[in-house]
Design a protein. Structure first.
Length: 148
């Protein structure tokens, strides 16, 4: 789309479900199939494009229902990231031990909880998602130090 000579970027909403386990924070990521239209054959966030007329939060809710058969409650906006072709709105949600039994992965091969060290230098994690995960883990560590 072009308007006044400016190219509009695709809006995307994603969710980082996370939990604390054994003193470590883990994030739930999607293993994307080999035939996925974007970022195939790697771990990435659950979420997707915001449709015309939707807010980024409405897009998040629809995407979570489509991809995980799950309606997030208590999620928080984390940050907005701008890339060459899209703008990603990242939300987080602290989940419990029963999270995997409460969701059904409907897109991608499967979901898996990964620890920080399993995400940041892992070539199996989408390269665009790695800096966001780095920011997320730094933020969580900062929040924990404020509580202590």
């Amino acid at each position: 789309m072009e308007q006044d000579g400016l190219k509009h970027k695709r809006k995307v909403s994603v969710l980082i479900p996370y939990r604390e386990r054994g003193g470590a924070v883990e994030v739930y990521l999607q293993w994307r199939s080999k035939d996925a239209p974007r970022a195939p054959d790697c771990f990435g966030f659950f979420g997707g494009g915001v449709e015309a007329g939707e807010s980024v939060e409405e897009g998040l809710m629809r995407e979570m229902k489509e991809e995980l058969d799950f309606v997030p409650q208590g999620h928080r906006f984390f940050k907005r990231y701008e890339f060459e072709k899209h703008i990603m709105h990242v939300f987080t949600l602290k989940v419990g031990e029963d999270f995997e039994s409460r969701v059904k992965v409907l897109e991608g091969e499967y979901g898996k909880f990964l620890k920080e060290r399993e995400t940041l230098d892992n070539e199996e994690v989408n390269e665009l998602d790695r800096p966001i995960l780095k920011d997320f883990f730094e933020s969580v560590r900062g929040d924990q130090s404020k509580i202590a």
